[in-house]
Design a protein around this ligand. Structure first.
Ligand SMILES: [Zn+2]
Length: 418
C-alpha cells in the first residue's frame, strides 16, 4: 500500500491533538540524535509501505542504505507500535537463512474519513493495508441545512463506527472531514459551501468527537488523492483534472502526482464556471453555472425525474428511453460539462480528465458529447491526445482519500507512535 508522503495536501500544517508528544529532546546532541532516529524510522516505514512485494529486514537495509542492525532495531519498534507486521519466515534467501517478510499491519492503527455532502453523510475507516474496516453512508437532503444538526448527526455516526473499531482493538489515529466547499485547512474554517447554505463555520467542534484530531478538507481534493493512489488494476495518470459530479460539482488538479492547489487550496471550482450567462441562477448567486446543467439534481430534472432521485433511477431512465450508451445528446449535461472542461484544459494544459462521483457511472452517456466539445474547443486538441476516463476509486472517494491522508500523516512521522 503506497502512502507516499508527497501526496499530502495539508503538509506543514500543525496537527492539533496528534496522538503522541514527540518533543522529548533534552539538548542539542540529543535533539540531533532524536531527529536522526525519527528520520530513519520514516525511511524504514516508507520502505515497508511503498514496495509492491514485502521486504525482509535485509531488504529494507538494502533499500534504505541503513545498517542492518539499525534497521532491525527500528523494525522492532515499528512492530511493537503495531504499524508493521512480520509474516511467517520464508526460506530460500542467500545462504538459506530464513527471511521474515514485513508488511503493513492490518486492523491496528486506522484512519477515519468523514464527509458531509448535499445528499449524504459518510463515515469510512481504512487500515494501513488500505482495507475498508468499517463504513456507514446515510442518504440525506441537506440543502440549506443547520450545520449543528447535520454535523452532530455525522458525529454520532462516527462514534458508532469508531466505538466498534476500538472494541476490536484498533486505534483511530485521526480523521479528515470532507466538505463540498471552500475550506481553509490552516484555520479549520469552512468559508462557504453554497449548496449546504453554510458559511464562515468552524465545523469540527460541532462533530462532538472530543479529543480525536479532526481536520477539514475539500471533498474533490480528497477524492482526487484517493484516485491518485490508484485502483487495484489501473494505475492513476501522473497528471489529471479530477471532476467530482454530485449535486455540486467539485474539481481538483493533479500535476506530477501532487495536488496543484492555487494560493489557498480554493482552485478547481468548475461547478461555478459559467456555461451560459443567460442561464438559471445558481446556489452561488451567479447565473448559468455548470452545476445548473450538469449537477446531479439538474440532470434528474432534465430527465423528468424528481431532483433527489437516486442515481440508479437516472441510469434506468436512460436505458428505458433507449438513449444509447456512447451516443451523443443522451444527457444534456454532456455538452455543458465538455464546455467547462475545455476551459480548464485550455487554461491548465492537462490532457487527462478523470470523472468521479455520479459521472463515473454516467460516463457512457456523457462521453460522446464531452469528447466532441473538447475536440472543438481545446486549442491544442489537434496536437495532443485528450483522455476522458471514469474514476477508479469507487463511490464516496473523499472518504477513502480522507482516511488515507490520516494514515499518510502517521507514516510521515512514525516516531510519534513508537
Ligand atoms: Zn455557481
Amino acid at each position: 500500500m503506497n502512502y507516499c508522503p508527497g501526496l499530502g495536501y495539508s503538509q506543514g500544517v500543525t496537527t492539533a491533538g496528534t496522538a503522541r508528544d514527540t518533543t522529548t529532546r533534552t539538548g542539542p546532541g540529543a535533539a540531533r540524535q532524536h531527529t536522526l532516529r525519527e528520520r530513519n524510522l520514516e525511511l524504514v516505514a516508507r520502505a515497508v509501505f511503498e514496495v509492491p512485494e514485502p521486504l525482509s529486514r535485509a531488504g529494507v537495509a538494502a533499500a534504505t542504505g541503513l545498517a542492518r542492525a539499525t534497521v532491525s532495531t527500528l523494525v522492532d519498534q515499528l512492530v511493537a507500535a503495531r504499524l508493521v507486521r512480520e509474516l511467517p519466515a520464508v526460506t530460500g534467501g542467500r545462504a538459506g537463512r530464513p527471511a521474515v517478510p514485513l508488511v503493513p499491519a492490518p486492523r491496528s492503527v486506522v484512519g477515519l474519513g468523514l464527509e458531509v455532502n448535499v445528499d449524504y453523510l459518510g463515515v469510512r475507516v481504512l487500515d494501513l493495508t488500505g482495507d475498508v474496516v468499517s463504513e456507514r453512508v446515510v442518504p440525506g437532503a441537506l440543502h440549506d441545512s443547520d450545520p449543528a444538526v447535520v454535523l452532530g448527526r455525522l458525529g454520532e455516526l462516527a462514534r458508532e463506527v469508531t466505538d466498534g473499531v476500538a472494541a476490536s482493538g484498533m486505534t483511530v489515529a485521526g480523521a479528515r472531514l470532507a466538505l463540498p466547499g471552500l475550506v481553509d485547512p490552516r484555520t479549520g474554517l469552512l468559508e462557504v459551501a453554497p449548496n449546504l447554505g453554510w458559511s464562515s463555520l468552524d465545523p469540527v467542534p460541532l462533530l462532538g468527537l472530543g479529543d480525536l484530531a479532526v481536520r477539514i478538507a475539500n471533498e474533490a481534493k480528497l477524492a482526487a488523492l484517493a484516485e491518485l493512489a490508484g485502483g487495484s488494476d489501473v494505475a492513476a495518470p501522473d497528471s489529471f483534472i479530477f471532476v467530482s459530479g454530485d449535486v455540486g460539482i467539485g474539481g481538483a488538479v493533479v500535476v506530477d502526482r501532487a495536488l496543484f492547489l492555487g494560493e489557498r487550496g480554493w482552485n478547481g471550482e468548475i461547478g461555478h464556471v459559467v456555461v451560459d450567462p443567460a442561464g438559471p441562477r445558481c446556489s452561488c448567486g451567479a447565473f448559468g453555472c455548470l452545476e445548473q446543467y450538469a449537477g446531479k439534481e439538474a440532470m434528474m430534472r432534465a430527465a423528468g425525474l424528481p431532483p433527489d432521485s437516486p442515481l440508479a433511477a437516472l441510469v434506468a431512465r436512460l436505458a428505458q428511453t433507449g438513449a444509447a450508451a456512447g451516443g451523443a445528446q443522451a444527457l444534456p449535461a454532456g455538452r455543458a460539462l465538455g464546455s467547462a472542461l475545455a476551459d480548464f484544459v485550455n487554461l491548465l494544459d492537462v490532457g487527462t480528465i478523470v470523472l468521479g462521483g455520479a459521472y463515473a457511472e454516467l460516463l457512457p452517456w456523457l462521453r460522446a458529447d464531452v469528447e466532441a466539445v473538447l475536440a472543438d474547443r481545446v486549442l491544442a486538441a489537434p496536437f495532443v491526445d485528450l483522455h476522458v476516463r471514469a474514476a477508479q476509486a469507487g463511490p464516496h472517494a473523499a472518504l477513502t482519500g480522507g482516511a488515507r491522508e490520516v494514515l499518510r500523516a502517521v507514516l510521515a512521522a512514525p516516531a510519534a507512535w513508537v
